[in-house]
Design a protein around this ligand. Sequence first.
Ligand code: PLP
Length: 444
Amino acid sequence: MTRILHRHTRTTYPVAVRGEGIHLFDSAGKRYIDASGGAAVSCLGHGHPRVVAAIQRQAETLAYAHTSFFTSEPAEALAEVLVEGAPAGIGHVYFVSGGSEAVEAALKLARQYFLEIGQPERRHVIARWQSYHGNTLGALAAGGNLWRRRPFEPLLVDMPHVAACYPYRGMRPGESEEAYGRRVADELETEILRLGPGTVAAFVAETVVGATLGAVPPVPGYLPRIREICDRHGVLLILDEVMCGMGRTGTLHACEQEGVAPDLMTIAKGLGGGYQPIGAVLLSERIFAAVRDGSGFFQHGHTYLGHPVACAAALEVQRVIADEDLLANVRRQGAVLMEALTARFGDHPHVGDIRGRGLFQAIELVADRNTKEPFDPALKLNARIKADAMARGLLCYPMGGTVDGQRGDHVLLAPPFTLTEAQAAEIVRLLGEAVDACTKDIGP
Ligand code: PLP
């Protein structure tokens, strides 16, 4: 008997009672290797003593002070650290409590920026299909994930969508990655022209697509081309790095590897590593200056923004990552994990693609490797793999709807930045067993 409206009302969830490093333990004493950090959250693993101590210190000193009255030391210090590591042009930070809130704030900041600079006709935000930006209504409207959108469609504001950059399925035979990237990026320009240049405020995209597609990085040249199109039409570029950012792909921000700097960037998950709920919007000086020199007030706000304990936790998470040079380990173990996945699944009859960057990787499952035909969604392969893996003591992040929001399955891996070679091998071994067990009886 539970009084909680759980995610699934007919599922009985084990009770998680303890976390230590890469492992979680339930109340029956079962140990799980956490290969996805939940949903790419736990970048330091569980129970890190430095972060625990920082939270305790902050809670004892000052747990909460409303941001309409005060600022706080941990929030100021964290903002300094974030701006120091941010892409060119970013000069300020707006704190929130998670990814969806960060996306909402970024969308509103984009709109308010154009009001501040006297371009009120800029009202459209263009987003991409096969993306996820959160479950609040604004973020859901931006998201391009059909099954998540469908029930709430009547409540969603209209945001036009253009194609994702998804080479495994989108590239035409004989087309180069560069040509493909240019073709899909140019869809943005076509859409801007259709809506009317001067009416578009922003374009929003995940730098590396996470939950919806399963760790799909852009092809070379795609994001620079997007940046160029945005600049040509005075459109702000919002990069959503809630899942792929804060070191997950081997650089602090995923966009660094593309040589592109956004006007607004959302971060969350790896910012606080799951130790506290926290997210943030990083904003360019241009946007900050427009608000400062205009109304002087961002017309937004939540009760818990800039929460001192959340900021103290995130600050310590970021300090540990820097002190222990963990991004070097993300790159090193990312290569190890990719090699192990390729060795195990490279010839697997039901694995069509192995992809990702750093410790953000995925396999895409197919009924037929040659035709790329996905499994029948009625088989719920992704849910089967999740349950089978969990029974084996492996936590991974499978999802359905990879192809078009309905068909297709992938499994996302996002282990902690502290991953060792032995742990990478164990993850791949258990995932291999789960995939074999779940696909062996359900061929095309
Ligand atoms: N944006 C991206 C790219 C995400 O992956 C997510 C969550 O998975 C969100 C936004 C929403 O974050 P939250 O669940 O913290 O609201």
